[in-house]
Design a binder for this molecule. Structure first.
Ligand code: GAP
Length: 451
């Protein structure tokens, strides 16, 4: 293994271990041995994930005049998936090891080429794999009490189709004119052949998607606009742009519906892999779902709008954010691990400590500060155990940007020490100014003024 690959595997291990140890992500159904490709978000993970989703919703739905939100059903009429092409074409090529019947994705050669030698010794006759065949990734399920072909449908593999089938409902009820978008955040399910790399490729995951409807003649301008929006978003997640690569997906490799796709790839420790995608879906979806052109403006004939689709994986965002934020620092005091999360994303915006737990006035005052900040809508941690250094380290490891300590001086002048996670420097701030301080820090470093 190369040095880079070794470092990379270490850092993935560290992230997975921290995520479990500190309540970000647990293996799902763990007490029953788990279920491949599924994960549970713990108390801190759900805060981080909700912060990402909330930021996305504010930025792309609430702050814009040309966007509406929607929340559609996960289980849809099976015709949706026949018409969309998923039943016929949503496949990955699969190869099977003839000796142990383990299955792999044929197009992810790094996942299987070494398997035969590794698992079965370097056999003289060479590796023995089946021919690649197409495996459909749709999760089948049944609606109602009878399990037959008439009641069979699928868990949605993307949130997109729920938006397309509601196109007319939206134009009829919300009186939107082109260009405008529909946005949705929700779960998607894919029976991945080889779920792997922690939450990167799972069988149940979340997407944040926009279907942005435009006139055909202007699709290139809108595509360029969304490229920029996605770049700004990535940067606001605290993800370094030098680790993000835009891949123009060539003809023949794009999804069946796409006329142009740019993948945003990220240098994950396990390789350069897709983080997000931006696709020009043309009028493929609306034409499939609506027999008659579903849109017209006064003085025009009806027609099929075209679609630009920016799509973000929530779980891949969580993973990239954690990888970017992870820091280890050696000092004379020992090793410090901290998550340099943008304050907007941090599960807790601050932690409040009484300096000592045996002085009732200090504990009481700290309790008041804690309650007031919580009442102001901040997510705040409380810790009164052990020594203050340990409390700092515990908060550093979960990315809490500020630790607020109530001490003897607080009782005299109503100020507290505020320690900065990244610099470990402390300053004194008046208690009544704390909420404004945290609100400003939460906003800081975010390029979009609406955050
Ligand atoms: N509607 C378009 C669409 O679904 P996609 O590239 O197949 O496009 C969009 O998926 C995003 O969903 C990806 O860029 C990725 O972030 C995320 N994603 C896809 N499959 C995933 C999986 N198995 N596990 C976690 N995230 C996944």
């Amino acid at each position: 293994m190369s040095k880079a690959a070794e470092d990379a595997s270490v850092s993935m291990e560290k992230i997975v271990s921290l995520a479990k140890r500190r309540g970000f992500v647990f293996p799902a159904s763990e007490i029953y041995g788990g279920l491949a490709g599924t994960w549970d978000y713990g108390p801190l993970g759900v805060e981080l994930k909700n912060n990402i989703k909330e930021m996305w919703w504010r930025r792309f739905v609430r702050a814009r005049d040309d966007m509406v939100g929607i929340d559609t059903a996960i289980v849809m009429n099976p015709k949706v998936w026949e018409v969309s092409g998923h039943v016929g074409e949503f496949t990955d090529p699969l190869v099977e090891c003839k000796k142990c019947h383990q299955r792999f994705r044929a197009d992810q050669t790094d996942e299987w080429t070494g398997h035969y030698a590794r698992e079965h010794g370097r056999a003289a006759e060479g590796a023995d794999f089946s021919e690649a065949r197409n495996f459909n990734l749709l999760f089948r399920t049944f609606v109602g009490p009878v399990e037959d072909s008439a009641s069979q449908t699928y868990l949605r593999p993307e949130t997109a189709q729920g938006m397309f089938v509601n196109f007319k409902n939206i134009t009829d009820t919300m009186r939107r004119t082109l260009p405008f978008g529909i946005a949705q955040i929700g779960k998607a399910f894919r029976n991945e052949i080889t779920p792997r790399d922690f939450i990167f490729r799972s069988r149940e995951f979340e997407q944040m998607e926009i279907e942005y409807f435009v006139r055909e003649a202007s699709w290139e301008d809108h595509f360029a606009h969304w490229l920029n929006e996605m770049r700004a978003w990535i940067s606001d997640m605290g993800i370094a742009m030098e680790r993000v690569h835009e891949l123009e997906v060539p003809d023949g490799e794009r999804a069946h519906y796409s006329k142009r796709t740019v993948d945003f790839e990220y240098d994950f420790p396990f390789g350069k892999k897709e983080l997000y995608g931006l696709a020009y879906r043309g009028d493929f979806d609306l034409k499939n779902h609506f027999k008659e052109p579903p849109y017209r403006e006064e003085g025009e004939d009806s027609f099929y709008p075209h679609v630009i689709e920016p799509t973000w994986g929530v779980d891949r965002t969580v993973l990239a954010v954690l990888l970017e934020a992870y820091r280890e620092e050696e000092s004379e005091k020992g090793k410090r691990v901290y998550l340099k999360l943008p304050p907007r994303l941090a599960p807790y915006k601050a932690a409040v400590f009484p300096l000592v737990s045996n002085r009732p006035q200090i504990v009481e005052k700290a309790g008041e500060v804690y309650k007031e900040l919580k009442a102001g809508g901040f997510s705040i941690a409380w810790d009164a155990r052990g020594n203050i250094g340990k409390r700092y380290y515990a908060q550093d490891e979960i990315g809490t940007p500020y630790c607020i300590t109530v001490d003897y001086q607080t009782l005299e002048d109503d100020t507290v020490t505020v320690r900065d996670r990244d610099t470990a420097k402390q300053e004194r701030i008046a208690v009544p100014a704390l909420a404004r301080f945290l609100a400003e820090k939460r906003k800081g470093s975010i390029s979009n003024a609406t955050q």
